[in-house]
Design a protein around this ligand. Structure first.
Ligand SMILES: [Zn+2]
Length: 539
């Protein structure tokens, strides 16, 4: 979410199309822990475009909160007498149930697409959801304590109280930040493009999740007739927040024609109808590209004789799989749009025999994201085989191919992740860290502080140990200069928080400035040396 306080002309456009949905047919009598499905109520999209609907959630491991094996919702909401979590938005319990359902669906669909569990980056089994933490026009994921945080605020014109936790789009977006952080913990760093990639990922998966809900598909088809170019409830993101906090009909849109340019060379603020380097704005470029892919895949399915609703759902499953598997094949840090585009092309080749290659290439070329058609595996030196359980074998392979990876023997590598997939293939993320000292007057009170940049390699090998994908990020002069320039700008804008060495414990409020905007980073001290670390708060 993006914080804004300006309120002016509020568009009523989204309100006009709000459609009432009544579906009370799912009234089972079940009890907690029975293992049977439980019925729950939630907003399947944004509260300003749909009424709440009923959905089924797995009764396995559900305890009051609602909680399950991956989610710990703040509070103690229990089902009603009939054993179901059916609450109306006016009831205090609703927000807990809505957010639980939203997070649960977001997590389960990701794990289904990937075919495995996605661990959290913060080392616990459960993510904590704070459904209404107080007054702020905001919502965020905090990696530090493994929480999803939602707030409420008043529309100063209408007096209406808006809960950011009541929108499926907001809840799913924040949950997706946590999932991506679980998959690639080093994506949270200083790189502008990787930060934008986090935003794009979270928005794309939220849109795809919307297409998995029958009612949303019905509304989408009613609004567009299947024409993705027509503005609709799914392409528009954050309608209620946009109308009540920003005076806009929505906060972001997937319908755009942005083409790639270096985000470090763009202005860094949020502007209207113009691409900037600000993460949520720049994120719309990749969001728009994947929306174009969704459009083309949908129409391919229609041309194959599929019905519209079935085509939407099947398209959602496919795009989610390509996106998540594409992420897996990105370098473990400093990933760019090009890395993810290549990862998605590779995922299509490995999973779908290249059936969607023409669509992916066409869109990514039009967006100036990816041009080359060359597979770097043709340049590998020596044997293409590794023993995925041997550190020596993996490192030897990387060093032997230093012309490709940029990584030589004198760079010590850390195994960040080594996973065996069900089909016997292996995924390995290796990282290394480079320290950069910020020196000069441009850094003000932070002159002499150090920052870390992480580089690394991702390798995928098939069930025989043959390397089938390789992507790497070597830290070169460009990365270092970009990082330094970015920090200069952040310092100038007051977005780096100086924490006095005597402060023992950082409070969450310390991570926000007086306008409620999260700092981009703050100081810590290691061996008496000042170090700047990126904020753990992602909106
Ligand atoms: Zn975000």
């Amino acid at each position: 979410m993006k914080i804004e306080t300006k309120i002016n002309n509020i568009s009523s456009h989204a309100k006009e199309r709000k459609v009432k949905i009544s579906d009370n047919s799912l009234q089972d009598r079940v009890s907690l822990g029975s293992g049977k499905d439980i019925t729950a109520s939630y907003y399947p999209q944004d509260p300003s475009v749909t009424e709440p609907i009923l959905t089924k959630i797995s009764g396995n491991n559900i305890t009051p909160g609602p909680d399950n094996e991956r989610i710990d919702t703040d509070g103690d909401v229990k089902p009603k007498g009939d054993g179901n979590f059916i609450y109306s938005p006016e009831e205090a319990e609703f927000i807990n149930v809505h957010l639980f359902v939203t997070a649960d669906k977001t997590i389960k669909t990701a794990e289904k697409s990937l075919g495995k569990k996605i661990p959290w980056s913060f080392g616990r089994e459960k993510i904590i959801i704070h459904p209404d933490k107080g007054v702020m026009a905001n919502a965020f994921y905090n990696k530090k304590d493994g929480t999803l945080n939602f707030f409420h605020f008043k529309n100063k014109k209408t007096g209406e109280i808006i809960h950011t936790g009541k929108s499926f789009e907001t809840g799913s977006h924040e949950t997706n930040h946590a999932l991506l952080d679980g998959m690639k913990p080093k994506f949270i760093g200083w790189n502008i493009e990787t930060e934008a990639l986090h935003e794009a990922f979270s928005d794309i998966r939220t849109m795809l999740a919307c297409f998995r809900e029958d009612k949303n598909c019905e509304l989408f088809l009613k609004e567009t007739g299947g024409n993705f170019r027509k503005e609709n409830l799914i392409s528009s993101i954050g309608e209620q927040f946009g109308q009540n906090a920003m005076g806009k009909p929505f906060i972001r849109s997937a319908i755009n024609s942005y083409t790639y340019s270096n985000p470090y060379l763009l202005p860094q603020m949020q502007q209207e109808d113009e691409l900037t380097g600000e993460a949520h704005v720049f994120g719309q470029l990749f969001l728009g590209a994947v929306y174009d892919i969704m459009d083309k895949v949908f129409h391919q399915y229609i041309s194959e004789g599929m019905g519209q609703k079935e085509a939407l759902m099947k398209m959602s499953d496919l795009c989610d799989k390509l996106l998540l598997k594409g992420i897996e094949l990105c370098p473990p840090s400093e990933a760019t749009y090009k890395d993810l585009a290549k990862g998605m092309v590779k995922a299509d080749q490995l999973e779908e025999k290249g059936k969607y290659k023409h669509i992916l290439k066409d869109v990514f070329e039009k967006r100036w994201i990816l041009f080359e058609d060359k597979d770097n595996l043709q340049e590998l030196r020596g044997s293409k085989f590794i023993n995925p359980s041997s550190r020596e074998s993996i490192c030897d392979f990387i060093y032997r191919n230093r012309e490709l990876t940029g990584i030589s023997e004198d760079i010590p590598l850390k195994i960040e992740k080594a996973e065996k997939n069900k089909d016997g293939s292996n995924l390995i993320d290796l990282t290394f860290t480079q320290e950069v000292t910020l020196s000069g007057n441009d850094y003000g009170i932070f002159d002499g502080a150090i920052v870390e940049i992480t580089g690394g390699v991702n390798i995928m090998s098939d069930s025989n140990g043959e390397v089938c994908s390789l992507s790497s990020r070597y830290i070169d002069r460009d990365n270092m200069e970009n990082t330094k320039n970015r920090l200069k700008n952040l310092i100038k804008e007051g977005r780096i928080k100086f924490i006095d060495p005597s402060v023992k414990k950082l409070e969450e409020k310390d991570l926000f400035d007086i306008n409620g905007r999260p700092y981009a980073g703050y100081t810590v001290y290691e061996d008496g040396k000042m170090k700047l670390v990126p904020s753990t708060v992602i909106q």
